[in-house]
Design a protein around this ligand. Sequence first.
Ligand code: G3P
Ligand code: CA
Length: 247
Amino acid sequence: MKLARPSKAFKVIAHRGLSQQYPENTKRAYQAALSQHIDMLEIDLHMTKDGVLVGIHDDTIDRTSNGKGAIKELTLEALRSFNFSRQSDFAENVSIMTFDEILTLCKNYSKTLLIEVKKPKNYPNIGEQIIQKLKNHAFPTNRVIIQSFDQTFIQQMAEIVPYMHYGVLISKRKYWLKQPTFSEIAKYADYVNPNYQLINKKFIARAHAVGLKIMPYTVNDSQTAKKLIQLGVDGVITDIPDEIFKL
Ligand code: G3P
Ligand code: CA
């Protein structure tokens, strides 16, 4: 099959790895995504009780593992004792990955890492730790985007580490509560990544007018992807990257 994309600049981002085929945010899911023709790998980060950055979406391990409890109340050693394949019929025992391990894995591929920082208020210095890890691994800055629903966190990060690329995530709730000021976001971020249901011509025009790129989440059917592409988004965060290439 010939793989294609709507335009050269259009980005296809694998959400939590190849999470439809493998347990989300695990080595198998990341590795499978990185081996595909995707442009970016999206991961979620939390921090353990003993201060280790780990790839996981929820702030507890209840949904994705055979254990229970909040990440911030569990040490890495405790987390290692659980199987993180609960969300799929995957037969193998799957361990949680540390951010260090994720960076070691990603360095072997030429993809961009889209790092979502979950609940930064829960984890003092999580931003600094992420930057330090990226430095330790000499991970190329032009292959990293740090994003969060916490706009203030992203703004502060951009003040401390201005050379990094940043994105602001916009949920439906947040959008309807207080519409974002795109010109303000554009002062510190490169991307505004909304729930795909918020996308319309006006949203795109306002964001593009101030130079923000738009990569909506989580686009999981081809027809929706097609419409968004026609409207002019710059990429899609998706669980079905191979379907996007078939459009
Ligand atoms: O990358 C954005 C998207 O992942 C945000 O939603 O809940 O899947 O982290 P969620
Ligand atoms: Ca995410």
